[in-house]
Design a protein around this ligand. Sequence first.
Ligand SMILES: Cc1ncc(COP(=O)(O)O)c(C=O)c1O
Length: 386
Amino acid sequence: MKKMASGMYNILGEGAFEYLAKAQALEREGKKVLHFEIGQPDFPTPEHIKETAYDSIKTNFTGYVAATGILELKQAIQDEVEFSRGFRPDTEQILILPGAKPGIFFTMLGLVNPGDEVIYPDPGFPTYGSVVKYLNAREVPIALNEENDFRLDPKDVEEKITEKTKLIILNSPQNPTGSVMKKHELEKIAELAEEHELYVLGDEIYSKMLYDAEFHSVTIRDETKERTILLDGFSKSYSMTGWRLGYIVGPQQVIEKMGLLMINALSCTTSFVQKAGITALKGDQEPLFEMMRSFRIRRDAIVKGLNSIPNFSCLTPEGAFYTFPNIKKTGMSSREMADHLLYNAHVCCLPGSSFGPNGEGYIRFSYATSVDTINQAIRQIRESFN
Ligand SMILES: Cc1ncc(COP(=O)(O)O)c(C=O)c1O
């Protein structure tokens, strides 16, 4: 039998799904597991968004639609980008996708050749490195350091740029650390990209999920005209993970070609889901605000709790719904710790190393669960060390 395509031997899975499967195996044995592994809000999709989808199905809005997305949703995204990033892209610069993840995949498929170098954060969302590997391109991970509150340092980016660099990927607010980049840092990276004629992918899926920090976008200089691709979506802010709806905004000639990728791979994003997306952006934002008020209370509870465990220390994240405690003083590896917590405390979190080598010495908790569950988990973790 001939071998599969070479990239297939390089592509990786995600730690979250691996640990979910381990936790489910324990549950089948009758153990009660407290879940902190999956990055998914525990709130239902708001009612008014669901109503739009029901109505769209009832009125038979169920056929193929334009490959790059329906105009009405693109117009809502124009308003959204103008409001949140301060510039108004053309509708031809917008591509609607089934989730944010295909935006990462298509951007790299569209821009990166074998041998090109791609700079991305470590620890970071596993898809970045995995797709770089799949494309036989070169991974250039940049360490996010706790001493710098896990923010990507533009100086480190500058040092890693070579003739072969094609793309820089940024993610703020960040998964898995919850860090939020500052305006001057994003400006500096945007400047470097301009100077070295590089593309930038700003993964801003958590753009609406901040506590005290202000949101700034890496589109700040280029406004997606020449080199910057903005990625955002509905999964997290509107509790729509299973609906699969996201978008990219980028230079028109790049988006036009990605529209062809879309035609070949998916034809279009689900018609009635796009209608629901319009309601999400244009409708009542109170469910989002309410969710964030709740996440703030949970964040404060989990940070306080984790800091009370001997040899754990935990920064207060400024965005998203993840904490990334340092466990180096326990002497355990992050995988040993995640396994210990799962099997001895019945608390499922993820090893930091599943987000890149620089995540070693940390574990990630997704605090998309109630304060009672958080407090119970902290008690069980403490007892597991007695
Ligand atoms: C940083 C980051 N980007 C992209 C995604 C993917 O989002 P979606 O579910 O819309 O594909 C996630 C989901 O966990 C994420 O954390």
